[in-house]
Design a protein around this ligand. Structure first.
Ligand code: HEC
Length: 130
């Protein structure tokens, strides 16, 4: 019994320390993250291509639908969303991106994107470029 009591005291001390430390850290994003991302993993929204040129194409076109899964768009970096798509093969995915597929408009609204840009964007979206 005595021993157990000592352990409990230690635990409480550690918890108090942890809570006070956590309370110190400013975290202005946590409130909005929780309220606006109910349907999408936060990571899909914050993922960005490392290459600056690709990043700007991504933000101007694909991001609007693929970050949040608008109209059931496969979400960026979400393995479960992309697994059945990847099974079609890269050629088919590129073809469907350029020509459009169901509610996705042709070229994913990136009029200036080259085939190479689309390939890189698809690899990024599906998590294959990491
Ligand atoms: C207006 C919304 C929208 C935009 C913008 C958009 N997509 Fe999509 N995308 C979708 C939707 C919705 C689907 C799912 C279509 C379906 O039902 O199969 C999809 C599916 C895809 C697929 C899977 C195709 C397949 O054959 O399964 C790829 C690849 C893709 N998008 C790439 C892109 C790329 C790259 C961009 C940016 C250049 C982009 N999308 C921009 C809505 C969008």
């Amino acid at each position: 019994m005595r021993r157990r009591h000592r352990i409990d005291c230690k635990l409480i001390l550690v918890s108090v320390l942890f809570i006070s430390l956590a309370a110190c850290g400013p975290n202005p994003n946590s409130a909005s993250d929780n309220s606006s991302t109910a349907n999408a993993a936060p990571s899909s929204r914050s993922r960005m291509p490392a290459d600056p040129a690709l990043k700007s194409l991504y933000i101007q076109s694909c991001y609007g639908c693929h970050s949040a899964g608008v109209a059931n768009a496969p979400r960026s970096g979400n393995d479960a969303d992309w697994a059945p798509r990847l099974q079609k093969g890269m050629d088919v995915l590129l073809h469907n991106t350029i020509n459009g597929i169901s509610s996705m408009p042709p070229k994913g609204m990136c009029i200036g994107c080259s085939d190479e840009d689309f390939t890189q964007l698809i690899l990024f979206l599906s998590g294959q470029s990491e």
